[in-house]
Design a protein around this ligand. Structure first.
Ligand SMILES: [Zn+2]
Length: 265
């Protein structure tokens, strides 16, 4: 099972976000010393977290602190029980053509072709946000121009080992291209919102999900005689603490006159 079980018996979707590399790794062209892929992507991951949470998605970060640098396979394995693993990167074209390449791409595991369509959707959305080329969805081998079966990313190997059903690695533009590096740094919050909204919309996350509790029903509307009181019930629990927790959520959501009504089953 994937996702996070809440006190109310609901299952929240869960994503593991991996900020690529480590502090100080891969200098951005034209930016101040220390503005690197490892630093900018960690800021991006931190920016995505509250946006996902606002849409009811639980978030695991592989690098909650800037100095964190877990091994690649360990990063993927942190996605155990997550619905998605997302590694955040920016691209580089290699010494020969450094600064000349442009655009977004999104990688998915060769052994998980089911992730290619959402990878394509994410690459397209980020390219549209920046107004740059969409290089599309690719496996690592396709991105490297190598035959299928030649290799796989360490983060994907780790995530596949714990059966994470959707694995993605976003390359959100080229950091050895000074124009794109500047754009990524200046529009990081908008990039975070684009990533979160695109993935949540694609997965149907952030819509109202009814608790998976047999005590909760949506009564069919029926005609009633005058004098009837109409009650709205949002939960029924055998454990008072669970009822208290749902009441607190209802009040936090603005239903300030919600209350608990105890009674026989
Ligand atoms: Zn990278």
């Amino acid at each position: 099972m994937t996702g996070t079980l809440t006190m109310e018996g609901m299952t929240m979707p869960k994503i593991t976000i991996d900020a690529g590399h480590k502090k100080g790794w891969n200098q951005y062209a034209g930016q101040a010393a220390g503005v690197t892929e490892g630093t900018v992507m960690q800021t991006l991951a931190l920016a995505c977290k509250p946006l996902f949470e606002a849409r009811g998605v639980d978030v695991v970060l592989t690098r909650p602190k800037l100095d964190d640098d877990p091994l690649l396979q360990a990063r993927g394995q942190m996605s155990k029980s997550s619905d998605m693993f997302l590694s955040l990167h920016t691209n580089a074209a290699g010494t020969a053509s450094a600064g000349k390449a442009s655009g977004t791409e999104c990688l998915f595991p060769e052994k998980q072709p089911s992730s290619s369509s959402i990878a394509a959707v994410l690459s397209k959305a980020v390219s549209a946000f920046f107004g740059i080329k969409d290089r599309g969805a690719k496996t690592w081998n396709q991105a490297q121009g190598k035959p299928a079966g030649s290799g796989e990313l360490g983060v994907f190997t780790g995530a596949l080992a714990v059966n994470t059903p959707v694995c993605l690695l976003l390359e959100a533009g080229f950091h050895d291209n000074a124009t794109e590096a500047k754009m990524i740094v200046e529009r990081l919050q908008g990039l975070a919102a684009t990533i979160v909204n695109t993935l949540c919309d694609a997965r149907g996350w952030g819509k109202t999900v009814l608790p998976q509790n047999p005590g909760i029903n949506t009564p069919a509307p029926s005609p009633a005689p005058s004098g009837t009181v109409y009650r709205v019930q949002i939960g029924a629990f055998e454990n008072k603490a669970n009822a208290d927790a749902l009441l607190a959520r209802a009040k936090a959501a603005g239903f300030t006159d919600a209350f608990i009504n105890a009674g026989a089953k």
